[in-house]
Design a protein around this ligand. Structure first.
Ligand code: NAI
Length: 480
């Protein structure tokens, strides 16, 4: 009906439960609540139309409502088919002041267990506003919303109708199918969309990687802020967030005893470091694989054995990929694993594990144990347990990172949105990171909640170090 809120979620009646968990999460997200208090009068996002593509969880609900509290209009989709928490999605649609019969919140297009077609339909919905226009800001996680706009513009420019049968993956076939439809409807849609977008703020390593590739190729259509590389994001969320949610995902999916087992962590970046620490904390013997000598040496200095997957594929019990790279665990590897070895990915995309190859093997039988847990039985009788169909298991099999760490990440997101939206003349079509003093501001906002007492630098000491007494405390090249 005219004027009614547009949305598509699993079940609006879950809103009450979602609202209760949002209330608890708000207390655990002091950074976001401090930004609401600081900027409420100023309304720095008034006029912003934000299209958000980021896991639709309880923590994200607090982010969305912070953006709204600062004046933004928002539309939201999840950035993964399994990561939505349906009660969170319902609560955001209903809104703090609405009811199930009269929702007054934010248009959300997300539910747990979308098909790929539904996923890309949802992504398209956040880019197409009821007045026929589009967003003027994108908030992305993994870069799918940004990718859709860029691909659309690419095809419009070439005046070419995409051919879905040329796609190199099932997912890209869906994207090309979607673009075929929009191009037939309106050959300038994505040009107009891209022109209206003042900028994107990107959450994760993989999405940021895509942005730098576009920048290098001269293809970036609007400015971007790399939120991932704020220290208070990647050195906290990727590390301590995964330290929390990896084991949560493995436990909820399998409830297998981790202590005593041999676990392989593939990739020892920020995510891999958190995963290795968590598995060791459970009493697993942890083995790391790396391509980068620096990260390999770091792992060795922490006491982890560092070797290749080939060396341990037939003896280890748990395999976790955390590389952001493709083809890390192949179907052939899985064919050589121990009976009931557990295979999971915590990197952003599912191509770390060769699920397509596994599903193509006609002599391998798939037994669904429960949603997001599958046993694949090989002809010799041994099986492997694959979590979340190869998609990020901490969000597919559990509820992702806890609120407190996400408050750090999302405070950077809010600050980045305010910055890009209000200073569009300053930013070119490049990728930027936030200045260090804002990173320090985010960290500072989280100290009281943990009872941290900071030492004050004296003027004399500040002079001695040659830094301002109130920060920034480290030069840009400092590594943390
Ligand atoms: P990173 O770049 O710090 O670490 C990845 C590591 O994998 C690097 O050290 C790299 O050398 C290594 N690597 C690459 N190819 C490899 C191969 N073939 N074998 C072994 N190691 C290899 O990236 P970060 O921040 O740790 O992120 C990893 C992935 O996790 C990304 O896709 C990121 O988007 C995602 N992510 C997922 C989160 C979640 O909640 N599930 C949270 C944060 C990030």
């Amino acid at each position: 009906t005219a004027g009614a809120l547009e949305f598509k979620v699993a079940d609006l009646s879950l809103a009450d439960f979602g609202r209760k968990e949002i209330r608890l999460a708000e207390h655990e997200m002091p950074g976001l609540m401090a930004l609401r208090a600081e900027y409420y009068d100023e309304q720095p996002l008034a006029g912003a139309r934000i299209a958000g593509s980021l896991h639709m969880t309880i923590q994200t609900a607090v982010l969305i409502e912070t953006l709204v509290a600062l004046g933004a209009e928002v539309r939201w989709a999840s950035c993964n088919i399994f990561s939505t928490q349906d009660h969170a999605a319902a609560a955001v649609v209903v809104g703090p002041e609405g009811s199930v019969d009269a929702p007054k919140g934010v248009p959300v297009f997300a539910w747990k267990g979308e098909t790929l077609e539904e996923y890309w339909w949802c992504t398209e919905r956040i880019l197409r506003w009821p007045d026929g226009g589009g967003p003027n800001m994108i908030l992305d996680d993994g870069g799918d919303a940004t990718l859709l706009v860029h691909k659309g513009v690419e095809f419009e420019k070439a005046g070419e109708v995409p051919d879905p049968s040329t796609a190199d993956s099932e997912e890209f076939e869906v994207v090309l199918g979607l673009l075929t439809r929009t191009l037939a409807e309106d050959g300038q849609l994505w040009h107009r969309t891209a022109e209206a977008v003042q900028g994107v703020t990107e959450e994760t390593t993989t999405g940021v990687h895509r942005l730098y590739q576009m920048q290098e190729g001269g293809k970036l259509l609007f400015p971007a802020i790399n939120v991932n590389d704020s220290v208070t994001k990647s050195k906290f969320d990727n590390l301590y967030g995964c330290r929390h949610s990896l084991v949560d995902g493995i436990n909820r999916a399998t409830d297998v005893m981790i202590g005593g087992k041999t676990a392989v962590v593939l990739g020892y970046g920020d995510v891999g470091k958190g995963c290795a620490q968590a598995l060791r904390g459970q009493g697993a013997r942890v083995i790391v694989t790396e391509i980068d000598p620096i990260c390999a040496l770091q792992a060795a200095m922490e006491g982890y054995q560092v070797t290749t997957l080939e060396d341990v594929v037939d003896t280890a019990d748990i395999f976790i990929s955390a590389t952001g790279n493709k083809d890390i665990i192949t179907a052939e590897h899985m064919g050589r694993m121990k009976h009931q070895a557990i295979v999971g990915n915590i990197g952003h995309f599912d191509n770390e594990i060769d699920m397509a190859g596994l599903n193509r093997m006609s002599d391998v039988q798939r037994i669904n144990i429960k949603p997001q847990v599958d046993e694949y039985v090989f002809p010799d009788g041994h099986s492997v347990i694959v979590l979340a169909e190869g998609r990020l298991l901490n969000l597919g099999c559990a509820t992702g990172h806890p609120s407190f760490v996400m408050s750090n990440s999302f405070s950077n997101q809010v600050i980045a949105q305010i910055e890009l939206f209000n200073h569009q003349d300053f930013y070119e079509r490049r990728v930027y990171t936030l200045p260090r003093h804002l990173d320090e501001k985010v960290a500072r906002a989280h100290l009281d909640a943990l009872g941290v007492k900071l030492t004050t630098l004296t003027e004399d000491q500040a002079d001695y170090l040659g830094i301002p007494a109130d920060g920034p405390y480290k030069p840009d090249h400092y590594k943390y």
